[in-house]
Ligand binder design. Structure first.
Ligand SMILES: Nc1ncnc2c1ncn2[C@@H]1O[C@H](COP(=O)(O)OP(=O)(O)OP(=O)(O)O)[C@@H](O)[C@H]1O
Ligand SMILES: [Mg+2]
Length: 221
């Protein structure tokens, strides 16, 4: 079965279900509304899981080189940080930035955006219950590479989990049941970094000691 057909099937199977639920939510008996909403939520999660899996599979089999264009990584990082700040404030998290201007890289901007969004949304997700709630986003040039560092004061990562963070479906022992996730975000993110000639790594001093994710991407002058 081709990946293209699988992606098409996803739409074919899930869309009628989603449309039907929308109608039921609008017109169905009100006492069943909350149950329909739960089903709708599950359908959305399932849809996201399937689409992430397909993307990961596609990245592994993709032979055609990705279309590339130069873009301002500083500006992109700034924009994503600004809208993440709105979300993090709701959870009492302070978000600080130290972004050097004018750092450019080459690649597919929407993929790099997805990568940075993954790192920042993880930082929020795994910090929002912590006693100290801070996220710091730094971008600087270092030996021909743009170095993006996302540091949080959240739940941290155990030394046992650390080598596995980027494996597909891996959810750390500290993630627990308190947070929802498929364990695919970082696997996709690292693939994107590697496709762009960069790398992505994680550091943590352990449980409750926060986490740091470091993305390096080649600079384009
Ligand atoms: N900033 C962080 N602090 C602590 N643990 C983290 C952090 N980011 C990721 N992790 C750990 O790494 C695991 C994998 O992260 P990943 O983003 O791949 O999946 P996820 O967040 O569980 O789900 P999703 O697929 O929805 O992103 C998480 O389950 C969590 O245990
Ligand atoms: Mg995630």
């Amino acid at each position: 079965m081709t990946l293209h057909k699988t992606a098409h099937d996803r739409e074919r199977f899930l869309n009628p279900l989603r449309n039907c639920l929308k109608l039921l939510l609008r017109n169905g008996p009100t006492e069943l509304g909350s149950q329909f909403a739960v089903i709708e939520h599950s359908v959305d999660n399932l849809s996201r899981l399937v689409s992430n899996l397909l993307r990961l599979a596609r990245m592994e089999t993709e032979e055609t080189p990705i279309a590339r264009a130069r873009f301002d990584l500083s500006r992109l990082t700034q924009e994503i940080s600004e809208y993440t700040e709105v979300m993090s404030k709701e959870h009492g998290i302070e978000l600080k930035t130290a972004i050097d201007p004018g750092i450019c890289t080459t690649g597919r901007k929407e993929l790099i955006e997805e990568l940075i969004v993954n790192l920042l949304s993880n930082a929020v997700k795994y910090t929002r219950e912590a006693p100290m709630r801070q996220i710091k986003v730094e971008l600087k040039a270092s030996r021909g590479f743009a170095e993006l560092v996302v540091r949080d004061t959240g739940i941290g990562i155990t030394p046992e989990d650390l080598p596995h963070m980027f494996e597909r479906f891996y959810r750390g022992s500290t993630a627990g049941s308190a947070t929802k996730g498929t364990g695919l975000g970082l696997a996709i993110s690292r693939k994107i970094a590697l496709q762009h000639g960069g790398e992505l790594r994680a550091e943590s001093a352990g449980i409750g000691k926060g986490s740091t994710f470091i993305l390096a991407l080649p600079i384009t002058k």
